[in-house]
Structures are given as structure tokens and as C-alpha cells.
Design a protein around this ligand. Structure first.
Ligand code: CA
Length: 233
């Protein structure tokens, strides 16, 4: 990938300046927008590679910005929200945001999120025939067409639901998937019961997958939000 172009959408000028200075210092190209309308315009005119989107904008709801952009673009969107806007953050992820940062955040967090997102992008670009392929992540291998998964070369004994969960997380490596998103994909609906079942299935899947319960190598929990498949180093 050439130097990625990052769009920063933030109405708070000091935060916007901090973000753009950080990006500049780390040799990223960037654009900025102080409101939702300009964000949508710049996205269609400049086709950025990643968008940082503040949810609390003066002219329109950040979630509405995501919906508009998602109607034509799959550009990764990392939402930025205040701690009090936890529900908005989940709505944003369900509307198609890829990841989130909670204010106040450090420059290191900002850069780490960006690196994860760019890595996922280049992985997707490198393998456009993902569905018919074999997925490899560290010691984990998933043979999608054969419907089986291997850890350290040994086949994992997964139930059909566990296998579907693993595939869903793997296809979205690096991306936070909300409970609602996962249950809707696995069961086609999202009731409280389904979210409770999801916890149980995730626990059994992780027991089969992770070396130690306290040191997840593959599946990261985002408390109250969902799960993310990590890229194993
Ligand atoms: Ca704001």
C-alpha cells in the first residue's frame, strides 16, 4: 500500500490538531473535517484509506455519517467517543464502524489502532479470494472449504456453532465485532438469550483455542461490547 491517507473528523480543534500533528509526525498523509457534512464530502472526493470519526459532531450524528459512507464505501472507520457515549459506540460498531477509541486517548493508542486497521486492510487486499482459501494466523489454520480448523497442526474438535464463530472472527481479524453483530450473523437475530448463549460458546471455543485462559493469543474480549480476533505475531 502507498502512504495511507487518513481522514480525521473532529469538531474539537485542539483534539483535531493533536491528531493531525501525530499523523504528520509519523509520516501519514491526512485530511481533516470539522463536521459530518464535510466528512462525507471529503470521503467521496478523496477516497481516504482510514477514517477517524468523532461521534459527537455539531451538524449531524456520527452514526448517520457512518450510514451515509457505508452506502457506497467499505473504508475502515474508527470511531472516537467519550466514555459517557458507550451506547453510541456500540450503535456505531453495529452501523459498520470497524473499531473505536475512547476519549481521552493517548497518542500511542491512536497509532496502535491505526496500525491494526492498516494491517487488516493489507491482509484483505492480499487475499481477495478469502472465502475459498486457507486462513493462517500464527499456529491457527482454518480451511474454510473443508470446514475444519487446526491448531499447531492438530485438528480442533469444534461444534458447528464454534466453527462458525471462529470463521466470523477470523474473516474480520483486527476488527471489533459487537455481541449484536455476532449473534445476528450466527443466529440471524439478537435476543438477550442469544447474547448469553454467545458467552457460553465463546468460552468453550476459547478453551479449545487458547493456551491459557488468562493469556488470550487469538480472541480479545471487549467488556460490554464484543470480541476481536487478534493477528498473532
Ligand atoms: Ca465532538
Amino acid at each position: 500500500m502507498n502512504k495511507p491517507v487518513i481522514l480525521v473528523v473532529e469538531d474539537d480543534a485542539p483534539v483535531r490538531n493533536l491528531m493531525s500533528t501525530t499523523l504528520k509526525t509519523h509520516d501519514y498523509k491526512y485530511l481533516t473535517a470539522p463536521n459530518g457534512r464535510e466528512a462525507v464530502m471529503l470521503t467521496s472526493s478523496h477516497n481516504p484509506d482510514v477514517i477517524f470519526l468523532d461521534l459527537g459532531l455539531p451538524d449531524m450524528d456520527g452514526v448517520e455519517v457512518i450510514r451515509q459512507i457505508r452506502s457506497w464505501s467499505n473504508v475502515p472507520i474508527i470511531v472516537i467517543s467519550a466514555r459517557s457515549e458507550d451506547d453510541d459506540k456500540i450503535t456505531a460498531l453495529d452501523a459498520g464502524a470497524d473499531d473505536y477509541l475512547t476519549k481521552p486517548f493517548s497518542v500511542e493508542e491512536l497509532l496502535a489502532r491505526l496500525r491494526v486497521t492498516i494491517r487488516r486492510l493489507s491482509m484483505m487486499n492480499a487475499d481477495s479470494s478469502f472465502d475459498n482459501s486457507v486462513y493462517v494466523n500464527g499456529n491457527l489454520k482454518i480451511d474454510f472449504p473443508a470446514g475444519c480448523a487446526f491448531l499447531n497442526g492438530e485438528e480442533l474438535r469444534l461444534t458447528p456453532i464454534e466453527f462458525r464463530l471462529l470463521c466470523l472472527l477470523a474473516r474480520n481479524t483486527g476488527k471489533v465485532l459487537t455481541h449484536t453483530y455476532i449473534t445476528q450473523n450466527i443466529w440471524g437475530r439478537s435476543w438477550d438469550n442469544d447474547i448469553a448463549s454467545l458467552r457460553v460458546f465463546m468460552a468453550t471455543l476459547r478453551k479449545k483455542l487458547e493456551p491459557g485462559p488468562d493469556s488470550p493469543e487469538f480472541i480479545q474480549t471487549h467488556v460490554g461490547i464484543g470480541y476481536r480476533m487478534l493477528k498473532s505475531e
